[in-house]
Ligand binder design. Structure first.
Ligand code: HEM
Length: 387
């Protein structure tokens, strides 16, 4: 058996799907001695690892070599601590989301108007990346005057998602994350004194009135939302638009039936997931498939591979915007399933719908799309378009 998963290889990073397919077929619970990690490629196994208590996210995050770079948050906590950190945040997020649709619609519309003015539009810089930043900035109530700084911090700090990031970028990202934390710390104090209608004011009030979360826990939550929210959202739009432009029949289908936007976004999330893997550590000996994973072993659920598993998704390498059901794992699963999913779904649907309405002749530009070097998120550095 000679197949190994080596995410360092540029060819694997550019297109991981052939290796995923071979692994899934021949060695679905694959141990890489070089990495010291189990890589899982079947949907059933990935879902099991994400949902079962035998796998710890707290310990799993230590796989990332720099557990001190981002402060402790719900993402790297296990129950019951995880529930305590997550529940109040989820409640505040729901309340903010329920009244924010008009603002999100306005924000997408403004970005489309700015895009329409570009002579040589590049979808990532001119639309998708600012969309990710603005959605999160609006949610957190970042004042207009701070937006530029916020964008720069978010861009640099997002390096913490990428397990393959080079040391120099990590150093810069660490500084940005620290500055971002300081900034949020001050903003939370401000919002405690003078609450607004944003989600951050809701979180700040939790610290003051109920003591359910500490000041530092709210700061860490904000950092997690910025790092986990901005870039992946941008890459859903980038990867999604590229997939549509490469599948003209599906694109035409969506243009004929805009009501398909909801299933289309799910399918685009499945087809080329911005977050390709989730890491855990086994807390006991566990059998997965025909292998025994030993206590203390590192396990990576390759979400991007699970999402192409033909035993769950018929014709799994085809893009089918009407696919239903679509139990993809792009948002993870179980206790840590993405808290931002409703916001991403709405933002994604509005963005796609708006792009196709405003630019009915949207097509690839003359420059070929350029992929980022990062493993997580998987996404484009540049996507030149024309209309
Ligand atoms: C396309 C965009 C996004 C994708 C693909 C995505 C994907 C994911 C995945 C796979 C996880 C689980 C990680 C794990 O189990 O180890 C996760 C967790 C999380 N996401 Fe997202 N995410 C996206 C956008 C967002 C946004 C916009 C927000 C903020 C509003 C957000 C907030 C979170 C939080 C707070 C968690 C941690 C939940 C927990 O640990 O309980 N995400 N996300």
């Amino acid at each position: 058996l000679s197949i190994t998963y080596n995410p360092f290889l540029p060819a694997v990073r550019l297109n991981p799907y052939p290796v995923y397919r071979d692994l899934r077929a021949t060695d679905p619970v694959h141990y890489s001695p070089a990495a010291g990690i189990w890589f899982l490629t079947r949907h059933e196994h990935c879902a099991f690892v994400l949902r079962d208590r035998a796998f710890s996210a707290e310990l799993g995050q230590r796989l990332r070599r720099r557990e001190d770079a981002l402060p402790r948050s719900m993402l790297n906590s296990d129950p019951p601590e995880h529930d305590r950190l997550r529940r109040p945040v989820g409640r505040e997020l729901k309340r903010w989301f329920a009244r924010s649709r008009p603002r999100i619609e306005g924000l997408v519309d403004d970005l489309l108007t700015a895009l329409a003015r570009r002579a040589e539009p590049e979808l990532m810089t001119d639309f998708a990346v600012p969309l990710g930043h603005l959605l999160i900035a609006t949610m957190l109530g970042i004042p207009e005057r701070d937006l530029e700084r916020f964008r720069a911090w978010a861009t640099d700090a997002s390096v913490h998602l990428d397990p393959l990031a080079p040391p120099e970028r990590l150093r810069v990202g660490g500084i940005a994350a620290a500055e971002l934390s300081e900034y949020f710390s001050r903003l939370i104090v401000e919002r405690t004194r003078q609450p607004g209608g944003d989600f951050l004011s809701g979180l700040a009030s939790l610290v003051r009135t109920t003591g359910k979360l500490s000041h530092d826990e709210v700061v860490a939550t904000c950092g997690l939302i910025v790092v986990g929210g901005c870039d992946p959202t941008a890459h859903l739009v980038g990867n999604g638009v590229l997939a549509l432009l490469e599948h003209p029949r599906e694109l035409a289908r969506l243009q004929r039936e805009p009501a398909m936007a909801a299933t289309a976004v799910e399918e685009l999330l499945r087809f080329d997931s911005p977050i390709q893997f989730a890491a855990r550590l086994a807390t006991s000996d566990v059998r997965v498939g025909d292998k025994l994973i030993q206590r203390g072993a590192a396990v990576v659920a390759l979400i991007g591979a699970a999402n192409r598993d033909p035993s769950v998704f018929p014709r799994s390498d085809d893009l089918d915007l009407g696919r239903a059901p679509n139990p993809h794992l792009a948002f993870g699963s179980g206790a840590h399933a993405c808290l931002g999913a409703p916001l991403v779904r709405l933002g994604g649907q509005l963005a796609l719908d708006g792009l196709l309405r405003r630019f009915p002749t949207l097509r690839l530009g003359s420059e070929p799309p350029r992929w980022r070097a990062s493993l997580v998120p998987r996404g484009l550095a540049a996507l030149g378009v024309a209309w």
